[in-house]
Design a protein around this ligand. Structure first.
Ligand code: PLP
Length: 421
């Protein structure tokens, strides 16, 4: 090569976003339910898995299965390499500073419980301290703090929301005081679809030196997350909502904070030395990963991240936004249907009620047409209480959904209406 030429690194070409081809990657979408082609619109609960995730997990059990970190034999080293590669993929996907900041856990719920437990054990709180959450939290970001409060007399302070399902930011600022020890808020609401102004929340909390935990269980699949840009102190999510397997999730934490926290569980793999007089603990991330982890889960999550990274996230966001707009417009044509959650900044989650029809009836009837939506309180009872409904029906859209599926949902809901006269 002419040494005057500058070598330009090749940009990785992204896969063209073609929904029919994407659908073909997900074997479950080819099946029927109740004699009808499956229309899967329960993606906020869990997403379906592409063949590559399934194949990687089968490959691990078929050719690589061994326990990790502890053996010097070939298979153990192979399994360790695959598992640690998955951690690296997560680190790169969310742009963490280092793999030490990526703790594998069971899911978003366990990640929040880990932080709550470790903070409590570490004496980070004193009686009367406060944690700020929002009215739209998932129970996973309410109950762990309440359990903690039974031990430490900690209070939850709640940022109120408006009728669109958006937080009232001025009220958030008013809640901050010298008692505030943590701001722990959902990035994207699973019940309403609201995308919270997390950059502003972090900025304001940090002005007062208060750390911020973001529950990214829903956001991770719709947006490209950059934890360094967000500057949040913790970010948690579950693999199964990101086209990966169940039983694996991620706690991201800034290294200096994780280093200051005591372990969550004790056992093998998280120690450096053990004797009956006491033990010393390993470095991050292992300090928080006691026992044999979900090795195949980590590998499956790594494969899911590879799958997603074939695409430009802008294409994913555009597709999901189009589905949301189309579905919002279409469903509003149904007399008596009310959308719950109409925030300006919203992910592809559509909660609704239909006058005089219980959401459970809606869900059960359209299931007979092969359409899967979720009905219930979506583990957000305080949100339901605010909107004065016991439950909603919820359709949530993913990378593989189509406008034709929205049409089927619309037709199914019209049939429900007809049945109820
Ligand atoms: N947070 C939010 C916003 C969620 O939607 C969910 C699950 O629905 C969770 C937390 C808990 O996730 P998991 O049950 O995977 O731990």
């Amino acid at each position: 090569m002419n040494n005057l030429m500058i070598e330009v690194p090749e940009m990785e070409a992204k896969r063209i976003f073609e929904v029919e081809k994407i659908r073909a990657d997900f074997p479950i979408l080819q099946r029927e339910v109740n004699g009808k082609p499956l229309v899967y619109l329960d993606n906020a609960a869990t997403t379906q898995k592409p063949q590559t995730v399934i194949d990687n997990m089968i490959h691990y059990y078929t050719f690589e299965n061994a326990n990790i970190h502890r053996g010097l034999h070939f298979l153990s080293e192979l399994a360790t390499e695959s598992y640690e590669k998955a951690r690296l993929k997560v680190k790169e996907h969310i742009n963490a500073m280092s793999v030490a900041e990526i703790i594998f856990v069971r899911g978003a719920t366990e990640a929040i419980n880990l932080i709550a437990t470790s903070f409590c054990r570490g004496g980070f709180y004193k009686a009367g301290d406060e944690i700020i959450v929002t009215q739209m939290e998932h129970h996973a970001n309410i109950v762990p703090w309440q359990i903690l409060s039974q031990k430490k007399d900690i209070k939850l302070r709640v940022i109120p929301i408006n009728e669109k399902g958006e937080i009232i930011f001025e009220e958030f600022e008013k809640l901050i005081s010298d008692k505030t020890k943590l701001v722990s808020v959902v990035h994207t609401s699973n019940a309403l679809g609201t995308i919270n102004p997390v950059y502003d929340i972090v900025r304001v909390a940090h002005k007062h030196n208060i750390p911020v935990l973001l529950d990214g269980a829903q956001a991770i699949v719709h947006n490209k997350i950059d934890v360094q840009k967000l500057d949040c102190d913790f970010y948690v999510f579950s693999g199964h909502k990101l086209y990966g397997p169940t039983g694996i999730g991620v706690l991201y934490g800034k290294a200096h904070i994780l280093n200051s926290m005591p372990p969550y569980q004790g056992g093998g793999d998280m120690i450096r030395t053990v004797c009956f007089e006491g033990s010393t603990f390993d470095d991050l991330p292992h300090k928080f990963e006691a026992g044999t982890p979900n090795i195949v889960g980590g590998i499956g999550l790594g494969a899911a991240i590879d799958y997603l990274n074939q695409f430009d996230f802008e294409d994913i966001s555009r597709h999901e936004k189009e589905l949301l707009n189309y579905a919002t417009q279409k469903l509003q044509e149904i007399p008596g249907l009310k959308i719950i959650g109409t925030a300006e900044n919203k992910a592809s989650v559509l909660s609704f009620t239909i006058k005089d029809i219980h959401p459970y009836d809606i869900g059960t009837i359209i299931d007979t047409h092969g359409i899967a939506i979720r009905t219930g309180h979506h583990c957000t009872q305080p949100t339901m209480k605010y909107f004065n409904v016991p439950a909603t029906a919820r359709a949530s859209f993913a990378i593989y959904n189509t406008k034709q599926e929205v049409d089927k949902l619309f037709a199914g809901l019209l049939k429900v209406k007809k049945m109820f006269g």
